[in-house]
Write a new protein. Structure first.
Lengths: 290, 352, 409
């Protein structure tokens, strides 16, 4: 029984870390990995989705619907920001840092001014289950399932649907796509919107487990950037294996030496990976293929 | 004639501002800065020293990013390393026999050494572009995380406790040896002149550097690294040298800040602090030293004034300023203003 | 909220100015608090409490006939701002006293500047203890007041096996040290200790570690909004253990912000929370809500700030209207500067310039209602004096900890 408990708990901790990394990174992976825009406002999109979800629950919607609501709202906000600010910055990645940093300042301070420094959250649904001497929360399993579903969904959308193929074509060779009659402006807007909506989904789904303050997005940022950088440009080839690798690093370091070791371990992992694989895991895999 | 030869070395294609008009304006501004303490009260002098302290870091970043093309978030890491080194050295050994000054030099050297090791790893490993930024940011954050938990009594170097998140204090102010004793420079007129003098020396020195052969190669490798390499230059050495010089300047900022406030804390290496130099340099105009210098001072004063008078809205206005700069004046607000002024004057001077 | 703040500040200033028209020149009080940024939730109430006290005192004729003028700066939860504005407030605005600081880092950032200008500052926050500095008067609670009451009570009630999770920086580490020492003295056993870096919000591994160690209760010393997510996650994993804390509920009113029953069975020692229902507390709350009807919560820091204003008034008036630091310290040294405030009678201790407190043990119920199983009267801040800090004799300007006490002469 002890052995079973140990297996279950290790798998649980790995899955929990994996889910956190994937969900933090997926929105950023679409925006940075696919579009090359460094989005320092990623945390604020997460916060946007979380706040909207809580509002929706307070208006009476059931939680799953509220999360969808939060995600869509974040996506809409993302499309507006893309139209106003990001559109002119596609060829200037370093300038996108500044612009999105400015957006993040406006968003988090604006939320503080409008809604105050803190907001009452919603409780975590679904109870707990026990294995041996340990008890676990069902909702964390929902998080893990969502992470896998998001990865699968992204893969399907971007490889099997017409929109997905057009989006990838536009991003890889915009002039060709334009010449072939694709409305590149709209593709950019939708792709950015998808990235923002994914961030909003993360916010909405983690909202029941966290404190609601305007700067709540900052706790996801480090993990998001680390995963995206280690993964490289391709969302499917890179993000999933990167998240798996980093989840192993983080979970094992945290259980061995504590949370600080886990955090520093992640940062060191980034440095090592970039030194060995300058283009991330994607570059490694694609180079092999070619 | 020596003056004109000297002036020629200060001018070149890499810096804005040339000719007798510019240098007269420079002399006027310098004279005003020298006379300033006679008219201003103690608070303003101390506050301006605080602003001037940050300019060295900004100039270093301008060198690394604006001229060298490498976006580095690491300036704050070197700032912190030098600040803590200065604190550890002066708390342990005091400032007698001119050691106050020696510890400044040693602290900057430690930061430069750290930069050399990191830079070797980065540039000889062919890391560039945004990945360079991310690695330097990771190093800065890892350092901050590590320092923030050094609160226990076992974390000390000699007599100096690192003291974790609460920060290290108790180090003496900047002390110069003098005949018959030493002068402790608290934030007042003496320190003001010292920092101003340092700034003038560094500014002119950097101008000479970027307008020399070194600067030409630097700009060439910023524009097109492969072409520079094919012309026979080992760009890694140039990038490393630039990185170390920029880091030394950041270290100077760190030492000055620590001795100004007699305090250094890991949050000086946090993510917000790491982004601030990028913001000053970008809003000022990263490709030009003069624009960076003016821009940094302007942004710092404006942000402080906004915080004092604008209370909660200060951060919102800062965000709008950033977005506006990027969209409307991407080369930097001050740089664009400088270009405008330049075109005005050249038209006046009668171009064909 | 900011409009209200601006209005309140302007009203106070206007009142002070009108007072100045026919009275002596005003006493300037600097206020450096984080009204934006990470710490805003717990500190906006402090500014409001100071304004309430200023208005009350001015209505009653001011301090020694002089009206109070508040000079307020928003330090944005940024240590650099504390340095900048402390210089400004002491050098340019030339205030007579400053009420400043939330985090310990901010206090340590501004202390050298207060010392350089020989000013006087009130630190009205609970913290890890140990500041022995003649330029500081500390009204916040310190570990010996909160833990020497809490831990023995918990051990008597629940058992002797203790697990601590603490924020991984000075406050958390020093508080954990205190808990460790008290547990040992009371014959208990530390079955585990975990330090969490600031900003971490995911606690699955921590929860598992706690379950494996099987403690009787958990001491939670978590700081910041991200770390407070622990309570929600522990409740959803059905951890079910009683919790003890010195820092949550009393400062960040988590019991109002989180859905029940995530904080059920939590015990907190605090020197004040708005649920205290003594007549003095009720009167204080009435006044507070009359001026600020939408105040989310009146926490212990707000009460401390209010008390501090009144203590300052008392000291100045006893010193014959002088605001010179040495005159005020002479009054302090007499040992009987006390005030009957929202939490009862509190006094300033001459050796350490800290404040004695009534300590309330607050229990959070299943529906997050608060009850008070025990109250300790007049707990003195004894540790600094016992350890060798005596500000009536010498001014070391240091911060000490149990493992780094003052060197005995």
């Amino acid at each position: 029984m002890e052995f079973v408990t140990a297996i279950v708990s290790s798998a649980y901790q790995f899955g929990d870390a994996f889910a956190f990394l994937v969900l933090s990174a997926c929105g950023l992976a679409v925006i940075f990995g696919m579009m090359g825009v460094i989005n320092l406002a990623h945390g604020e999109f997460i916060m946007c989705g979380a706040y909207m979800t809580v509002f929706a629950v307070n208006w009476g919607l059931p939680l799953p619907l509220a999360i969808v609501c939060g995600s869509l709202f974040a996506g809409l906000v993302g499309m507006v920001i893309e139209r106003l600010v990001v559109r002119r910055l596609y060829s200037r990645p370093l300038d996108s840092i500044l612009a999105t940093w400015g957006v993040s300042l406006i968003a988090s301070q604006g939320t503080l001014i409008l809604f105050g420094p803190t907001m009452r959250g919603v409780g975590t649904p679904l109870g707990s289950f026990t294995v041996g001497a340990l008890s676990f929360s069902y909702y964390r399993l929902v998080l893990m399932a969502t992470a896998l579903a998001v990865l699968a969904l992204l893969y399907l959308v971007f490889t099997k649907t017409r929109f997905g193929v057009l989006a990838r074509a536009t991003i890889q060779a915009p002039h060709m796509a334009n010449a072939l009659g694709v409305d590149t402006g709209r593709i950019y807007a939708y792709t950015f919107g998808i990235g923002a909506a994914l961030a909003g989904l993360t916010g909405g789904i983690y909202a029941p487990t966290m404190t609601m303050i305007p700067t709540m997005g900052t706790t996801f940022i480090m993990e998001a950037f680390v995963t995206v950088v280690v993964g490289g440009a391709d969302v499917f080839l890179g993000t999933a294996p990167a998240a798996a690798l980093l989840a192993v690093v983080k979970a094992s370091l945290t259980s061995w030496q504590g949370q600080l070791a886990g955090q520093i371990g992640l940062l060191l992992a980034v440095i090592v990976v970039i030194r060995l694989l300058p283009k991330g895991i994607t570059g490694f895999i694609l180079k092999d293929r070619a | 004639m020596i003056v004109s030869r000297f002036l020629k070395r200060l001018e070149g294609p890499q810096t804005m501002g040339k000719g007798p008009l510019f240098w007269t304006a420079f002399a006027v501004v310098l004279a005003a800065a020298l006379a300033y303490p006679l008219f201003a009260d103690g608070y303003d002098v101390g506050n301006n020293i605080y602003f001037l302290n940050w300019t060295f870091m900004a100039l270093g970043l301008s060198l690394i990013w604006g001229y060298g093309g490498s976006l580095s978030f690491g300036q704050t890491a070197f700032f912190g390393v030098a600040g803590y080194s200065y604190g550890i050295l002066t708390i342990n050994f005091g400032t007698a026999y001119g050691f106050g000054l020696v510890s400044v030099v040693i602290a900057i050297a430690i930061a430069a050494l750290f930069a050399a090791i990191l830079g070797y790893f980065l540039f000889f490993g062919r890391i560039s572009g945004i990945f360079l930024g991310i690695v330097t940011l990771s190093v800065t954050l890892a350092l901050e995380r590590f320092m923030a938990q050094t609160a226990g009594p076992e974390w000390k170097v000699g007599a100096a406790r690192l003291n974790g998140f609460n920060g290290m204090s108790g180090m003496p102010a900047l002390t110069l040896p003098w005949f018959g004793g030493e002068i402790s420079l608290y934030p007042d007129i003496g320190l003001y002149y010292l920092v101003l003098g340092l700034l003038v020396v560094v500014y002119l020195g950097l101008r000479i550097l970027v307008n020399s052969r070194f600067g030409n190669v630097l700009v060439a490798l910023r524009e097109n690294p492969q072409r520079a390499e094919m012309l026979g230059y080992d760009i890694r050495k140039y990038q490393l040298a630039t990185f170390v010089i920029g880091a030394a300047l950041a270290g100077l900022s760190g030492v000055l800040y620590t001795s100004w406030g007699q305090y250094i804390t890991p949050s000086s290496m946090g993510i917000t602090s790491a982004a601030l130099p990028i913001i000053w340099v970008a809003v000022g105009g990263r490709s030009d030293l003069t624009a960076t210098l003016i821009g940094t001072l302007v942004v710092l004063s404006v942000f402080q004034a906004l915080t004092i008078y604008g209370s909660q809205y200060a951060l919102v206005v800062m965000g709008l300023l950033l977005v506006g700069t990027v969209l409307l004046a991407p080369r930097g607000l001050i740089a664009n203003a400088g270009l405008l002024v330049g075109t005005l004057f050249s038209r006046r001077n009668g171009s064909k | 909220m900011t409009v209200r703040l601006l209005q309140a500040t302007m009203l106070t200033c206007a009142f002070a100015l009108s007072g100045a028209a026919h009275a002596a020149d005003p006493i300037k009080i600097g206020v450096l608090e984080d009204q934006s940024g990470d710490f805003a939730a717990a500190t906006i109430g402090k500014v409001h409490a100071i304004e309430l006290a200023a208005e009350e005192i001015n209505n009653a004729g001011g301090i020694a006939g002089r009206p109070i003028e508040l000079v307020v700066y928003d330090t944005q939860s940024d240590n650099n701002r504390y340095q900048e504005f402390m210089r400004r407030v002491l050098q340019r605005d030339k205030v007579d006293v400053v009420f400043a600081g939330f985090s310990s880092a901010s206090r340590e950032a501004y202390r050298p500047i207060v010392n350089q200008f020989d000013g006087l500052a009130f630190y009205n926050n609970q913290y890890e203890g140990g500041v022995c500095d003649a330029n500081m008067i500390v009204t916040g609670a310190v570990p010996e007041q909160q833990f020497s009451t809490l831990i023995p009570w918990m051990m008597e009630t629940y058992g002797k096996r203790v697990y601590t999770i603490a924020a991984d920086y000075n406050f958390g580490q020093i508080s954990a040290e205190w808990v460790r020492d008290i547990v040992k003295e009371s014959g208990g056993e530390m079955v585990g200790e975990e330090f969490i870096p600031l900003g971490v919000s995911q606690f699955s591994q921590t929860i598992q570690n706690i379950q494996t160690a099987k403690p009787d209760f958990v001491v939670t010393l978590l700081v910041g909004a991200a770390q407070a997510s622990y309570y929600e996650q522990a409740a959803s994993a059905n951890l079910g253990l009683p919790m003890a804390s010195s820092v949550n509920v009393g400062q960040g009113y988590e019991h109002k912000r989180f859905t029940p029953p995530s904080l059920a069975n939590m015990y907190v020692t605090t020197n004040y929370i708005e649920e205290v229902d003594t007549p003095a507390s009720k009167a204080f709350l009435e006044k507070f809500h009359a001026k600020y009807p939408n105040e989310p919560y009146v926490n212990q820091e707000a009460a401390n700030s209010y008390i501090a204003m009144n203590l300052y008034k008392q000291m100045v008036e006893r010193a014959g209207g002088s605001t010179k630091r040495d005159d005020l310290r002479a009054e302090l040294a007499k040992g009987d500067v006390c005030f009957d405030g929202p939490s009862g009678n509190v006094c300033l201790d001459p050796k350490s310039q800290h404040m004695s407190h009534t300590i309330f043990l607050a229990k959070v119920g299943d529906d997050h209602a608060i009850s008070f199983p025990k109250v300790w009267e007049d707990i003195k801040p004894y540790w600094l004096g016992d350890a060798g800090c005596d500000l009536t004799q010498a001014d070391p300007d240091e911060q000490y900890t149990p493992s780094n006490p003052p060197t005995k002469q």
